[in-house]
Design a protein around this ligand. Structure first.
Ligand code: NI
Length: 253
């Protein structure tokens, strides 16, 4: 069944139908979802949701756009959440020079501290990186040693993807692979082995064609899986089964 490795179901865009939508996932072929925090306030929310739904797990971490709200006290409180048995990863963490909401220095500082936390607690990482290819790679080489994880919503060159694969990381592929202008991610999918790809929505964002621009949800992953199957010349079932196996290895569930 489909394994959605990166979703944001605590988002207010799901406030009107969250329960109904999530309870319909199984019949739509979605077996497992990892609910990922972004802002400090969402850390506790994603953990509470994972406790409510048996098919859901949580990733806890602060997105680079949100690191300005962190301080030592909050970081300590965030760390306590890793004691919950439904928490499977540190994320999403990284660098975002597209929105550039916080200084690069502050983004790097908290990125590195959260990587160190993952190593100390022996958790995989869920990496967000936008318009920050070189800095992310440098930090991952220096501070990501010995870690496992996924480069979520991968948007850089196929060469860099191959480098991450060599380092043992998975590449997260979602709705963008169905876009007409998604040439780069299509090339990446062709270049790397299926054993290094995991599926994700990043919902409510990044809905695939034919729903581009609408609210995304995990059942739409099938459109990304269909495109990956076409690009790799394998069956849809093989994509779903292999990426599920990959995701279980990634998150150890
Ligand atoms: Ni995300």
């Amino acid at each position: 069944m489909i394994f959605d490795t990166h979703a944001h179901y605590d988002d207010k865009q799901f406030d009107n139908d969250r329960d109904e939508l999530l309870n319909s996932m199984r019949e739509k072929g979605v077996g497992t979802i990892v609910n990922v925090s972004a802002a400090y306030e969402s850390c506790e929310r994603v953990v509470n949701m994972a406790q409510k739904y048996p098919f859901m797990y949580a990733a806890v971490g602060i997105h680079p756009d949100e690191v300005g709200s962190l301080d030592e006290e909050r970081f300590a409180r965030m760390k306590e959440l890793f004691g919950n048995d439904k928490v499977v990863a540190v994320g999403e963490i990284g660098l975002d020079y597209y929105w550039d909401k916080e200084s690069h220095e502050l983004q790097k500082e908290w990125f590195i501290r959260q990587l160190d936390l993952a190593r100390k607690l022996k958790f995989p990482v869920n990496i967000h990186s936008r318009e920050a290819a070189q800095d992310t790679m440098e930090i991952m080489k220096e501070h990501g040693k010995g870690l496992s994880g996924v480069i979520h919503c991968y948007s850089y060159s196929k060469e860099m993807a191959e480098e991450y694969v060599k380092m043992g990381y998975y590449i997260g592929v979602g709705g963008v692979v169905t876009f007409k202008n998604g040439r780069r991610i299509k090339e990446t999918v062709e270049a790397i082995p299926l054993t290094s790809i995991v599926l994700e929505t990043d919902c409510p964002y990044l809905a695939p064609e034919p729903y581009r621009g609408k609210r995304n949800n995990s059942s739409y992953i099938k459109y990304a899986a269909e495109e990956i199957a076409r690009l790799k010349g394998v069956s849809y079932e093989e994509v779903v089964n292999q990426t599920e196996e990959n995701a279980r290895k990634l998150y150890r569930v």
